[in-house]
Design a protein around this ligand. Sequence first.
Ligand code: FES
Length: 138
Amino acid sequence: MDYIINGSWLDGIARTRTCARCPNWGIVLRVIAVAAAEVPEARPLAVRVDDQLTLAVCRFEGAYFAFDNKCPHRGAALAGGEMAGELLVCPVHHFKFSVKTGRCAMPRHLRLRSFPVREEGGELKIELEVEQDAPRPV
Ligand code: FES
């Protein structure tokens, strides 16, 4: 992976999901912003979210797609791969994944973990569900 940018968090938490049995736990929907112009045509862009998650952001025919950078086969960094039409090719064992569906061409049971992407005014807004510990009640 030779090109990593840090996505910037937009302010605000859009939605919270909690568990009645675990009051300190919650899933929050957060949005990370990336400039669309940073995403090259021929290969994915690695966007570091935090220590646990890096994204592989792809462009195909003017549409943008975001995936967990870890290949579902053996965990290689997908952003080190290349685009072949609508296919994202893993750099290690060369499995091919459709950016439209996330499915692997072969074996078919493998699928990329994908995240919704919206483009607004040249900026990509990528929605991530993040596990968070809510503040403990005082
Ligand atoms: S690690 Fe990606 S195809 Fe094997």
